[in-house]
Ligand binder design. Sequence first.
Ligand SMILES: [Zn+2]
Length: 97
Amino acid sequence: MKKIMKKHFPFADKPNTACFTCSHVLEEHKPILYVSHDDDGYWSFLCGGSHTEKDLRLVALAEILDIDGSMADLAGLDYGQYAEAEDAQSNWVVGRE
Ligand SMILES: [Zn+2]
């Protein structure tokens, strides 16, 4: 199936920028419920659970959009901000680390 590629990438970072997700999102297809953009500029897209280092996976930002295109809505998170949602249907609540 053909994919429609948007010309405008929603993040200020390049599509191949490395970011963190977790095995639960990547391998178990859990919804992304916690997104953070830390002070160093790193993005994390995690399920709502708790994580150790072995649960983390390094992917490109473009892959995150393939997993969940609605992450484009959170591309404007500032450095040091995070967004969390109770479940896949809930609204995002944005906070600061
Ligand atoms: Zn997880």
